[in-house]
Write a protein that binds this ligand. Structure first.
Ligand code: PRP
Ligand code: ORO
Length: 184
């Protein structure tokens, strides 16, 4: 029987890798784009993402919540939360807005109160690591303790180096080699 990770790799390879000329969040150019939103919002793939990410973060102690910079991170955090409940591993989820809300409570981090709580920043695809670093800045402003950054697909651009240089643990579930792609 194939594992959840193997099934997820098959789905990403066949349905979420697009070839062409792309501009990335960082402004870098690339000849392929991994559109994980296409799968994190898909009923076949979302439970697999939840399971693979639960396995990835299982040994990080004392974590009460997972989430990241909206919107790529949002369905990843939800998948972890829902699959976690099914496994008896309880995580809440949170959403970090790209900027604080300009009305209501003016929050940038939405969800449970995270002051003094250990959290994991999640991400769908990581290239430069700028998005998780932005999420970390907002989380630390509300007093959260970031235990690690956990990513579904790592593009082998400088995300690991930047996040580790900033003092945070970085781990990922699927690398370019798993998808038959070369770093750019
Ligand atoms: O490692 P980085 O250089 O930060 O790039 C990766 C980010 O880019 C994508 O999000 P995008 O900025 O396209 O926004 P979205 O999630 O709102 O679609 C992706 O979901 C990551 O969050
Ligand atoms: O760097 C990015 O912006 C990026 C690359 C990628 O492959 N997929 C994605 O969603 N964002």
């Amino acid at each position: 029987m194939t594992t959840a990770r193997e099934q997820l790799i098959d789905l990403i390879t066949s349905e979420a890798v697009f070839h062409g000329d792309f501009t990335l969040t960082s402004g870098k150019k690339a000849t392929y784009y991994i559109d994980l939103r296409k799968l994190s919002l898909d009923h076949r793939a979302a439970p697999l993402i939840g399971q693979v990410m639960l396995d990835l973060i299982a040994d990080v102690d004392g974590v009460v919540a997972v989430g990241g910079l909206t919107m790529g991170a949002d369905p990843i955090a939800s998948a972890i939360m829902h699959q976690g409940v099914a496994r008896g591993e309880v995580y809440d989820s949170f959403v970090v807005r790209k900027a604080p809300k300009d009305h209501g409570r003016g929050r940038q981090v939405e969800g449970p109160d995270l002051e003094g709580k250990r959290v994991i920043v999640v991400e769908d695809t990581s290239t430069t690591g700028g998005s998780p670093l932005q999420a970390i800045e907002a989380l630390e402003k509300v007093g959260a303790i970031v235990a690690a950054v956990a990513v579904v697909v790592d593009r082998q651009a400088p995300a690991r180096e930047r996040i580790e240089a900033a003092g945070y643990e970085y781990r990922y579930a699927i690398g370019l080699e798993d998808l038959g792609l070369l770093p750019q």
